[in-house]
Design a protein around this ligand. Structure first.
Ligand code: ADP
Ligand code: MG
Length: 435
């Protein structure tokens, strides 16, 4: 027994040095050597799923290592601990490799991310059938990785029979390079090509990596042809990544969607939900302050909440806007307003070919009211101005007019993709032009 433990210790140490740490932790570390019987080394694993997965991936390597380490002609056999109940229809659950915090439940849905959210849910319900491949792109910190993990978590919970894998494109590249180096290409192929859902994060890192892309292309084809689901994320749309044309064409067979930065209401909802999850008491005005200042990266919002809560705990003081300004000075400063209400008005007037004087007038003419409402909407979304300040700068209107305009445009944007495109375009221009 002692020599068995020692033998296994050496083999698993060897693997630990060489294979993907995540694989080691999830799949190799739980293996227990049991006995040697008729020239077979019996290795016990938690369940049938391990038997399948290891059989497809590392079993041959383990066998070779066992033989070379022991100097004996041993065969390796995997046995499942949870065996013998005869229930073969329902495979035991896979060890869950997904971040438990990144679920559909903890994802706040709002304008900008609702399509990506709905498509991600559909992928779990009908893998390979509705949006295949699904391609999600956005700027940093807007929830792409969160959604991929949510797909994985939800599949793990609700559809444990599905085989899923999450991999960043860097990990994919490394595995591919290792596989070539150690002559394990067949194992790598089997690993990816036997999946029901493959989740690949940050595809942009594969730009120009020709050999890896070739491998990915074949993996893609195999999965796609077997109606298996593939989900990609990237920081830009497919045609802006330096990829094989054939791959880009395939993305067009599926659904390509972007996540837009959250509007102020979504940001407020996200902050409230994060604070609640972390057990942090944030007063309304502090929530509003953070929401106004941090606009484009939700990770920054999370950082702000954690810092405030730590500071409040250490100083034994309740969180106030004064404390927030002091503690978050540099975070809030980084995203200070890039654009003024004046600049927004100018931009909107240019777009609608309207004189500024009309925009600021009391006219109720529809061709003026609409641009004015758009400009108010943008002012609320892109500047830190309070409602009454915005009202003032639009020819002395009160704050309820601003709210009304804001709600009206927000509803239009939600319902009408053309409106969403128009407002999105103006928003981007305002943030670019306002430097
Ligand atoms: P990306 O991969 O797009 O850079 P992440 O998925 O890593 O972004 O998101 C950054 C952080 O923000 C994560 O902690 C994530 O949970 C959080 N986050 C992003 N979008 C949302 C959302 N809509 N609701 C709740 N949390 C979110
Ligand atoms: Mg990410």
């Amino acid at each position: 027994m002692e020599s068995l433990t020692k033998l296994w210790g050496e083999v698993s140490d060897y693997l630990k040095q060489r294979i993907d740490p995540y694989h080691y932790k999830s799949y190799i570390a739980p293996i227990r050597p049991r006995s040697v019987l008729d020239g077979r080394l019996l290795l016990e694993v938690p369940n049938e799923r391990f038997v399948d997965w290891l059989g497809d991936t590392y079993l041959d390597t383990i066998g070779a290592l066992v033989r070379s380490t022991s100097g004996l002609p041993l065969e390796v056999q995997l046995i499942s601990r949870s065996n013998g109940n005869g229930d073969h229809d329902k495979p035991p659950p896979t060890p869950n490799p997904y971040n438990g915090k990144y679920t559909f439940e903890s994802f706040v849905v709002g304008r900008g991310n609702s399509t990506a959210y709905a498509a991600s849910q559909a992928v779990v319900e009908h893998p390979g059938q509705v949006y295949n491949p699904l391609f999600i792109y956005s700027g940093v910190g807007l929830g792409k990785t969160h959604l991929l993990h949510a797909i994985g978590n939800s599949a793990h919970e609700e559809r444990p029979e599905l085989r899923t894998a999450y991999v960043t494109s860097e990990e994919f590249t490394n595995e591919f390079i290792q596989a070539i180096r150690y002559d394990r290409s067949v194992e790598l192929r089997n690993k990816y090509r036997s999946l029901d859902i493959l989740l690949i994060d940050d595809l942009q890192f594969l730009a120009d990596k020709e050999a890896t892309l070739e491998e990915l292309f074949h993996t893609f084809n195999t999965l796609y042809n077997n109606n298996k689901q593939i989900v990609f994320t990237s920081d830009r749309p497919p045609n802006e990544i330096k990829l094989d044309k054939r791959l880009v064409t395939r993305f067009e067979w599926g659904l390509v969607i972007d996540i837009q930065p959250p509007d102020i209401e979504t940001r407020i909802a996200i902050i409230s939900s994060k604070a609640e999850n972390e057990g942090v008491k944030l007063p309304e005005d502090v929530i509003e302050l953070i929401a106004q200042r941090v606009r484009t990266n939700i990770r920054t919002i999370e950082g702000a909440i954690l810092r405030l809560s730590a500071f409040s705990a250490i100083s034994e003081q309740p969180i106030t806007t004064k404390m927030a300004r002091e503690v978050l000075g540099n975070i809030l400063g980084r995203e200070t307003p890039q654009v003024s209400i004046g600049q927004i008005q100018k931009l909107v007037c240019e777009h609608f070919e309207l004189p500024l004087r009309d925009l600021l007038s009391k006219s109720r003419n529809a061709s003026i009211v609409f641009p004015r409402q758009v400009a108010m909407y943008l002012s609320r979304n892109l500047t830190n101005a309070k409602l009454n300040e915005i009202g003032l700068q639009f020819g002395g209107r009160d704050h309820s007019t601003v709210i009304h305009s804001y709600n009206k445009i927000r509803d239009l944007v939600e319902r009408d993709p053309e409106m969403a495109a128009l407002v999105g375009k103006l928003e981007r221009r305002a943030s670019l032009g306002g430097e």
